[in-house]
Write a protein that binds this ligand. Structure first.
Ligand code: GLA
Length: 382
């Protein structure tokens, strides 16, 4: 939706005064999955799909919000007891509360928003929503909160108002995104570096299975608990290990008898994935996309067999990528449905997409959706 369109919707709902318009993107992640709550590395980029919101301060202490895509409204106050019922409104409420908790000022406002990040596709529509409001409220109320803290406001919203104990990757990418660049983020030190990403001769494309498994958020939280249990067991012998990022396979093996077989598998995946992100960075610097692709396949295997966050649909999409000679492919994001991200040679693109659509449909009764990846800027005022 354009600035003009959301402004028009705002006028229909809230009158003639002119709102400010803000936008924040969803994200892709080249590699480094389920590593961001283990103090490890991620490699995301912001995309050309996101949320757009028209906002105007209304001088009261009430927020009046309109979700244009759902045609639903909500009105709520800014105290903890005022939490709204609709899920989507809890994100906005959470951002207000987390801003206030950090000493920021937030007063009443009217807002209409819309988004084009496919929901449940693993492209972080929720982070896009959080970042839009975190960024906008910071500007509109002149709070001067830095960009890292804006990302944390979104993350804490997930933790405290949505119930997902997520890492920082999605909100970070949504705030810090830069056109044409992926960002390697060290989630322990929060150091980051922009990598220009324009693989000549290749395309990045997402294949959306259009399945979203229920209970994804409790399964996500459970994965995190497994990682924390493994890190705790390792730290008994190695007190310097705070996160799995600091652990080696050798250390994990020493602690094997003290953790469950399940926790062991989860930790093994995270330790291997940490190394894969570094390998991919090194390969990218040499323009070695074959290695990048190989690592993506290894990540898929780990996410499917060790971390167990894949599903039949995603495994089939991954097999199809292999079958059609795609350079790299893997489930992207939290898992339990959503997309695969595929690094495809230009000359194979059409055959792969056509073939994958047809064969996937034959098995599951519907085609996967296809999104070409365009790496774009992060949160901004329009
Ligand atoms: C979700 C979370 C992120 C990250 C990914 C998996 O998108 O919000 O913090 O953990 O899953 O890499």
């Amino acid at each position: 939706m354009t600035k003009k369109e959301i402004t028009q919707i705002f006028h229909e709902k809230f009158g003639n005064e002119t709102p400010e318009v803000y936008a924040s993107p969803g994200r892709i992640n080249l590699i480094g999955e389920h590593t961001d709550y283990n103090g490890s590395f991620v490699f995301p980029g912001a995309i050309d799909k996101g949320m757009i919101a028209a906002i105007r301060l209304n001088g009261s202490n009430k927020v009046r919000a309109y979700a244009a895509d759902l045609n639903e409204s909500a009105e709520f106050g800014l105290d903890e007891a005022d939490a709204p019922k609709p899920n989507w409104a809890r994100y906005i409420f959470g951002v207000c509360r987390e801003t206030i908790k950090r000493g920021g000022k937030v007063g009443g406002f009217d807002t209409a928003f819309s988004g084009d990040v496919p929901l449940g596709a693993g492209m972080s529509s929720s982070a896009a929503l959080e970042s839009t409001y975190a960024f906008a409220l910071n500007e509109l109320f002149h709070n001067g909160i830095d960009k890292f803290e804006l990302a944390r406001i979104g993350q804490s919203t997930e933790h405290n108002y949505v119930g997902v104990k997520c890492g920082i990757m999605d909100q970070f990418a949504s705030i810090f995104g830069k056109k044409g660049h992926l960002i390697r983020l060290d989630t322990k030190s929060m150091e980051y570096a922009y990598f220009p990403f324009d693989p000549k001769g290749y395309k990045l494309v997402l294949l959306d299975s259009v399945v979203k498994h229920e209970l994804a958020s409790s399964a996500y939280n459970k994965r995190r608990e497994s990682c924390e249990a493994a890190a705790r067991a390792i730290s008994k012998r190695h007190p310097e290990v705070k996160f799995l990022r600091d652990a080696s396979m050798e250390m994990l093996n020493e602690a094997k008898g003290e953790i469950s077989a399940e926790d062991y598998k989860r930790a093994e995946y995270v330790i291997e994935e940490t190394q894969r992100v570094l390998d991919v960075c090194a390969a990218l610097e040499k323009g070695d996309y074959e290695t990048v692709g190989q690592k993506m396949y290894e990540t898929h295997h780990g996410m499917s067999k060790l971390y167990e966050v894949s599903c039949d649909e995603l495994d089939v999409l991954n097999d199809l990528a292999k079958k059609y000679g795609v350079t790299g492919s893997r489930v992207m994001g939290g898992g339990f449905g959503g997309c695969t991200i595929n690094l495809v040679k230009d000359e194979l693109y059409n055959t792969f997409i056509d073939g994958a659509k047809k064969e996937f449909k034959a098995q599951f009764g519907h085609e996967p959706k296809v999104y070409d990846v365009v790496i774009n800027d992060g949160a901004r005022k329009l």
